[in-house]
Design a binder for this molecule. Sequence first.
Ligand code: G3P
Length: 220
Amino acid sequence: MKFFLDTANLDEIKRASTWGIVDGVTTNPSLIAKEGNPIDEQIRRICDLVDGDISAEVVAATHREMVKEGRRLAAIHKNVVVKCPLTREGIIATNELFNEGHRVNVTLCFSSAQALIAAKAGAYIISPFVGRLDDMGQDGMELIRQIVTIYQNYGYATRVLAASLRSTNHVIECALAGAHIATVPFKVLDGLFNHVLTDRGLEQFLADYNKVFAETPVGV
Ligand code: G3P
């Protein structure tokens, strides 16, 4: 499973990319707005930091404008994946961009029917939002399981990118469900490292070692 970072913050991206486990970055208009730089500039900077798929979302309302915007975003860098919303206009734009050879991440997916439409339109990635369904009292992870099964049934190449993930448990459940990609905020990625037994075990190992070898530190 690939790990994408769900942020447009350069400091977070720089920090996480040193860990060697970040395969790409997803952004959305809210995340871009938080950083205060124009989208083209911010996406270019992100592409300089991570060598992987970088999703950049259109903000236009009509498919014609979305296609124009998508072409402009795709021209920023070879790794840019254009993100279109799962609306009628967004799906028309997805199909047109796909026919032109661009890769499209279809976002704001909340049902398996929507995911099926996106795959038929030629989406490179589908982004179902787990946490926002959970927020409404629905089972967000069940949507991931359904989409993975449906795509397998028909051999769709569209990758399932689980979005709106809020916890380590969400990431584990996505991996069990067979999602191709999990996109997570910095805090969730950072949290994946943690286990109290790792900390306790390391502390004990070093204490035992230093009891005997404290006078000859490692590497000297
Ligand atoms: O990629 C979509 C994601 O950013 C949404 O997350 O936590 O705002 O539902 P959230």
